[in-house]
Design a protein around this ligand. Structure first.
Ligand code: FE
Length: 339
């Protein structure tokens, strides 16, 4: 075979390869498969509107985040999943570190979602914001005594603080942000101070933290605000209030629920369309309000109930740090006796 013939056959071969890929994509282009640790009632209403808008069907499977990550690892290239959705940047980062995502950075996503809520390498994108801040008893705490996460480590809160267990990813991400903002030494002092101030063994859930305050066991705690929203919807007169931490310093620690396109997605174009759509104004208005979270797209107003809690400055630490510093955060909490 002479050189010309070789080049020609290579070109024909690549054209054939490309067109056969296109043909496969054309078949699957009308559906996207999502693995989600977000519960069905939080995603189904969105997917229905997406399908109505675009004609692309969404098949989904829900389960625990950790189990879905293991499943994606096991399935490898044969996975049906085009997208993985979960909560907490620590979990999204972990999925990225296990090589389960591919980089997708479109102009639409970049303009809809602020950069600190996205992976710097485009592996995942935050789609809703959850704020983790101070909750306090309106009967026993003067809000003028409140200020920062670090202040909860000072003596005035001795025996008055309730916290969620350090085993939970939300706590790990918060501790990672404390390390990021203060450095390891100071973060160690803060975590130590929290442990010293605990009124009780750390709680299993955010709702338990608030129940403990209501029961008079402690006066202040840290929670994701949507749990506060859920409690108020059942008990509108609960003598509890949110306080926005660190407003004169780094801002409230925020985290995200979000999604990434899987490394072995068979419908990258459809999944990208879904991700872009989820970041759009229309989807964001639905997405935030379903779980009483904040829209990740900053051009959208929060749900009415959520807006009533007031606006706040958020910490703009890139949330990949919640993953990068997670091992350090876990070690530090262990050393300081935060159970
Ligand atoms: Fe939660």
């Amino acid at each position: 075979m002479n050189v010309k013939a070789l080049i020609l056959s290579t070109v024909i071969f690549s054209v054939l390869t490309v067109s056969s890929i296109t043909a496969v994509q054309a078949v699957s282009n009308d559906s996207v498969t999502v693995y989600s640790s977000r519960k069905e009632h939080l995603i189904k209403p969105l997917f229905e509107v997406f399908t109505k808008d675009t004609g692309i069907k969404v098949d989904y499977l829900t389960g625990k985040g950790g189990a879905l990550i293991e499943r994606l690892k096991l399935e490898g290239a044969s996975t049906q999943a085009d997208m993985f959705m979960t909560v907490d940047a620590g979990n999204l980062w972990y999925a990225g570190s296990q090589d389960l995502f591919q980089s997708v950075q479109t102009e639409t996503i970049k303009s809809n979602i602020p950069s600190h809520l996205r992976d710097p390498n485009g592996l995942w994108t935050g789609l809703s914001i959850r704020a983790r801040t101070i909750v306090y008893s309106t009967q026993r705490v003067n809000p003028s005594d409140l200020s920062t996460y670090a202040d909860l480590a000072t003596n005035k809160w001795k025996g008055r603080l309730c916290l969620r267990t350090s085993k939970k990813i939300y706590t790990k991400s918060l501790a990672a942000s404390v390390i990021y903002n203060h450095g390891e030494d100071k973060a160690g002092d803060i975590v130590s101070g929290w442990v010293n101030n605990l009124a009780a063994t750390p709680n299993a859930k955010d709702s338990h933290v608030m129940n403990a305050i209501l029961a008079g066991q402690c006066d202040v705690g840290l929670v994701n605000t949507y749990y506060f929203g859920r409690l108020l919807s059942k008990n509108p007169n609960a003598p509890l209030k949110l306080f926005w931490a660190n407003q004169d310093t780094t801002g409230v620690h925020v985290n995200v629920s979000g999604a990434g396109i899987t490394k072995h997605a068979s419908n990258v174009a459809g999944a990208t369309k879904l991700l872009e759509w989820l970041s759009s104004a229309k989807a964001q208005a639905i997405y935030g309000s379903l779980n009483k979270e904040y829209p990740a797209n900053q051009n959208i107003a929060s749900d009415e109930v959520v807006s009533a809690w007031g606006s706040f400055k958020q910490d703009d630490m890139n949330l990949a740090q919640a993953g990068i510093l997670q091992a350090k955060a876990v070690r530090l909490m262990q050393i300081k006796g935060y159970k």
